[in-house]
Design a protein around this ligand. Structure first.
Ligand SMILES: Cc1cc2nc3c(=O)[nH]c(=O)nc-3n(C[C@H](O)[C@H](O)[C@H](O)COP(=O)(O)OP(=O)(O)OC[C@H]3O[C@@H](n4cnc5c(N)ncnc54)[C@H](O)[C@@H]3O)c2cc1C
Length: 355
């Protein structure tokens, strides 16, 4: 039997499972899925978990069951590409014949002193839970500073506003205006939402240092009861430590068939892979579909196409609490209730396997 090991049960590898099971897995292949948690975690919803507006159970999806699928739950500590072994914290190493690495990303702190020690995170389900506890245990009128005015910072700030109307929330953003790379209509809409709902957006922010309870913006201290970091990501450290070529963001450079150059048995999917787009769940899924097509062809000794098609992305949708949203769909800016309904619809389809 050929042993396919999937590292990480995130959006990329979950799509691999959905494509291969139940009917497309060759009889001579078994799959071992390794993850630290025994369920697929909906990372795109961690902002709501941290804010306290959805329950823990709502951001978990069961892994599929299949006679050829084995689950191994635990912490991966090293990927050994020389020996074809995955090292684990509390169990024997796991050998593989084929490997898909989909371990997601971590916070990037840009070498800002104290940022990695004194800030909270929403990058793993465990960290999002810790952030939830800290935010929701805060006494009335506490100050929460959120660093990073990208999609996750905006979603967290707005969701937290609805969850805790008493808190003073500050959102620190590098740009002159919030979402400065989006059309002006969206930027204005989001800024208006924050104005109306009492979230203080601090533009042209430059965080220079973080201490316990103090954020330094352009070297000016800002007293904060809690600081949440949403200001940058980088691939999982196990991938950054791997002996393979990386791009400037530390993502693994791949062949056009998504495997490591010179090793057609090791693929990288999702946030750890160097692709010509910003990392996202939909990108991880689109890439995963292509990886499955490539693997199936290789397993049956069929010729690979000269080029793989461009991965099609449908757009971006962000929420502003439970009722409003914004986004770009088919190059068109959308705002308001319709954007929020679309976002909830995408989540529903994903959870119930309709998409
Ligand atoms: C708040 C927020 C909102 C977002 N919103 C959107 C959105 O609206 N649309 C969108 O497309 N994208 C969105 N994203 C980005 C999206 O979540 C990621 O791009 C996507 O999750 C990447 O998928 P992946 O398969 O690479 O990894 P992940 O989905 O992150 O999965 C990685 C898996 O690896 C496991 N793992 C990691 N390290 C180890 C280890 N050492 N040992 C064992 N297991 C390990 C984790 O438990 C996890 O299950 C958002 C992200 C955040 C944080």
């Amino acid at each position: 039997m050929k042993k396919l090991v999937l590292l990480g049960g995130g959006y990329g590898n979950m799509r691999v499972l959905r494509e291969l099971l139940p009917n497309h897995l060759p009889d001579d292949v078994t799959i071992t899925l390794i993850d630290r948690v025994p369920y697929h975690s909906l990372k795109t919803e961690y902002y709501a978990l941290a804010a306290g507006t959805v329950s823990d159970q709502e951001v978990r999806v069961s892994f599929p069951e299949h006679p050829h699928l084995h689950m191994q739950y635990g912490e991966v500590t090293k990927i050994d590409l020389e020996e074809n072994l995955i090292h684990m914290a509390n169990s024997d190493p796991v050998p593989y014949d084929e490997l898909i690495i989909g371990l997601g990303c971590e916070d990037k702190f840009h070498n800002i002193p104290g940022a990695n020690i004194h800030t909270h995170s929403i990058q793993t389900i465990g960290k999002a839970r810790d952030t939830y506890q800290t935010l929701n245990n805060l006494p009335a009128n506490s100050v929460v500073s959120i660093v990073g005015g990208g999609l996750s910072g905006i979603e967290l700030a707005s969701e937290l506003r609805e969850s805790r109307p008493d808190l003073k929330i500050k959102l620190f953003d590098r740009g002159k205006t919030i979402l400065s790379s989006f059309p002006e209509r969206i930027s204005r809409y989001v800024q208006n939402w924050f104005n109306t709902n009492g979230v203080d957006v601090v533009n042209e922010a430059n965080i220079t240092k973080v201490e316990e309870g103090i954020l330094y913006n352009n070297d000016e201290p800002v007293q904060s009861d809690v600081i949440v970091w949403t200001a940058g990501i980088q691939p999982n450290h196990l991938v950054r430590e791997m002996d393979a070529e990386k791009d400037q963001q530390g993502r693994v450079v791949l062949t056009k068939y998504h495997n490591i150059p010179g090793n057609e048995h090791v693929y990288v999917v999702g946030d750890c892979a160097s692709l010509p787009y910003a990392p996202s769940a939909q990108l991880a899924e689109g890439q995963a579909e292509q990886i499955v097509q490539v693997m199936l062809k290789r397993w049956s000794d069929k010729e690979l196409p000269e080029e793989l098609p461009t991965i099609k992305l449908k757009g971006v949708l962000g929420s502003l609490g439970k009722k409003q949203g914004f986004g770009m769909m088919a190059e068109r800016a959308i705002t308001g209730r319709i954007a929020r309904i679309l976002k909830s619809g995408v989540l529903w389809m994903y959870k119930y396997h309709k998409g």
